[in-house]
Ligand binder design. Structure first.
Ligand code: SF4
Ligand code: SF4
Length: 201
């Protein structure tokens, strides 16, 4: 989109003064836009489904048998339960986070020598939803979901415990898991909202 240069004169000429030219120009813009389809939505009555790669509230993918073979070896060293978080408590997410204190991660050693994650809390009040933690996770456990309605009645509501992270991860995978990984919902949906995008070059 080009930049439109606007030159302003301090004084209107005679014709502009008599015939309200500037007023009519402004009115024509208003009338033109009155006939256009609005691009806004009537939230909360109408809710958009964000694209899959939207950075909403976090979730944990669970150990459910669908892991890639490259991760299977971890099972020997971890005290995993089926359907529970596949986190290995490596702290990579916390290390990558610009606000590391929002994480509380704890793990213990079990009698058989394996490792068990006993705590994984995230305080989303301090989160800027940058996604660095997700990129850093070496086992693809941490994800960001399409959940964006995060308001609560107390500060405690903003803290995600591991159980909630697991629920959100399971829910996200079941609803959106098969979709291609992209930043738009889909081309038809996008064009309906914002028109056709002409890519340059
Ligand atoms: S999204 Fe960014 S700020 Fe939020 S927890 Fe992850 S790394 Fe930290
Ligand atoms: S980076 Fe992944 S595996 Fe490591 S502590 Fe964070 S969520 Fe767990």
């Amino acid at each position: 989109m080009g930049v439109k240069r606007v030159s302003r004169r301090d004084v209107l000429n005679l014709v502009e003064t008599i015939f309200f030219i500037d007023f009519l120009k402004g009115l024509s813009v208003t009338l033109r836009n009155m006939l256009r389809k609005p691009i806004t939505t009537e939230y909360p009555a109408e809710k958009l489904t964000p694209p899959k790669r939207f950075r909403g509230a976090h979730g944990h993918f669970v150990w459910d048998g669908s892991e890639p073979d490259s991760l299977k070896a971890i099972e020997r060293y971890m005290s995993y339960e089926k359907g529970k978080s596949r986190c290995v408590a490596c702290y990579m997410c916390q290390t990558a986070c610009p606000m590391p204190t929002l994480f509380r991660i704890e793990a213990v050693q079990m009698p058989d020598g394996s490792k068990k994650v006993v705590r994984f809390d995230m305080n989303l009040l301090n989160c800027m939803f940058c996604g660095l933690c997700v990129d850093a996770c070496p086992v693809g456990c941490l994800t960001m979901t399409d959940l964006y309605e995060l308001a609560g009645y107390s500060r405690r509501d903003a803290v995600l415990r591991v159980e909630k992270l697991e629920r959100q991860g399971i829910d996200f995978k079941s609803r959106r898991g098969d979709e291609p990984d992209r930043i738009w919902s889909d081309d038809v949906h996008r064009e309906k909202l914002w028109g056709k995008i002409e890519w340059s070059g």
